[in-house]
Design a protein around this ligand. Sequence first.
Ligand code: GDP
Ligand code: MG
Length: 335
Amino acid sequence: MSGNTKTDDDFQDTVEAIRAGDRVALGRAITLVESTKPEDQLRTQELLEALLPHTGQSIRIGISGVPGAGKSTLIDQLGMNLIAEGHKVAVLAVDPTSSRTGGSILGDKTRMGRLSGETSAFIRPSPAGTSLGGVTKTTRETIALAEAAGFDIVLVETVGVGQSETAVSGMVDVFVVVAIPGAGDELQGIKRGLLELADIIAVNKADSDNVERANRAATEYKTALHILAAGHPNWSPSVLTMSARDNLGLDTLWEKITERQNTLLESGALMERRADQATSWMREIFEQRLLAAFKGSRRAARHVEALEDKVRAGEMTAGAAAEELGRLVGLKEPK
Ligand SMILES: Nc1nc2c(ncn2[C@@H]2O[C@H](COP(=O)(O)OP(=O)(O)O)[C@@H](O)[C@H]2O)c(=O)[nH]1
Ligand SMILES: [Mg+2]
C-alpha cells in the first residue's frame, strides 16, 4: 500500500514473519515483550493485538516438579517424539532460580540438547533477573506469540518450589507434575499445594533398579490424590510412571494429556477456562498499573508517610488510615 510509513511496513513485516513461523522474528518479538521500556510495551500491545486472531490453537501444557525431577529431560524426549509426529513444539522455561544460579539456563540448553537443534522446536528460557510477576507476565504473552508462529504444542517448564507453578497453572490447559521416587516417605518434597494443581502426576526415573520404588511411589500418590480429590467432583488427576531418560511411558503420558485436553474441549470447559484466565489476567495487569500509578504519585507518597506516622504513633488504626488514604487519593467509598 502506498500511504504506509516505514514503521507501518516494518510492523506488517514483523507480523507476517511471525505468522510464517520465522524463529528469528519470534525471538525478537519475545525480546520486545520482555522489554520494560514504555515505548516497547506499547508496540508489544499492538503486535499482540494484530496476532490475537492467530492465537489459541495449541495445547498448553505446564510441566512442574522439584529441581532434578527430570523436567528438562522429559521435555527434550517428549519434544523429539512429538516433532517426529509432525508437531511444532515451543518450550518456555520459567525458572525463578535461574537468575540466581546463572548457569542453569545453560544447563537446560544442554539438557534439551537434541530438541534445541530442531527447526520444529523453539526453546526460550525466562529472562534472568526478572521478578516472578515479570516472568509470568511475559510467559503468558510469549505463549500467544509462539501460537501465532504456528507452534501447536507449548510446554512451560516451571520449578515446583515457589509460587511460579500456581501462576503457570493459571495459563495452561493441562498441568503435569513430574515426581521422583524417594526413600521412605514418598510424598516428601512435593507440597500438597503442588499436588492440588496437578492433572497428571508422572513418577519419573522408573528405570534400572528404580522401577519397584517408582511403582510404590505411584501407588502412594494415587492414595494421596484420592483423599485430596474427595469433594472436588471435576478433578480426577491420573498417576503414571515413566522414564524420560529411556523414553518409556511417554506415549501414555501424551495420551493422558490429549485425553484431558479433549475432555475439556468437548465439554466447553476449555474455552471457559481460557476466557477466565484471560479476564483474570486483564484484572491483574490493571491492578499492577493502578499500583504503579499510585506508587509513582508524589501526592500519594506524602499522604502515605503522614498516615504511617499516625499509625506508628497509635493515633490511628491501620484500617482507618487505609480508608483515609483511599479517600485522599480519590477512591470512592466502598458500597
Ligand atoms: N535414571 C534416570 N535419570 C533421569 C531421568 N530423567 C532425568 N534424569 C536425570 O536427572 C537429572 C536431572 O534432570 P533434569 O531434566 O535436569 O531435571 P529438572 O531439574 O527437573 O529439569 C539429570 O542428571 C538427568 O540425567 C530418568 O528418566 N531416569
Ligand atoms: Mg530443568
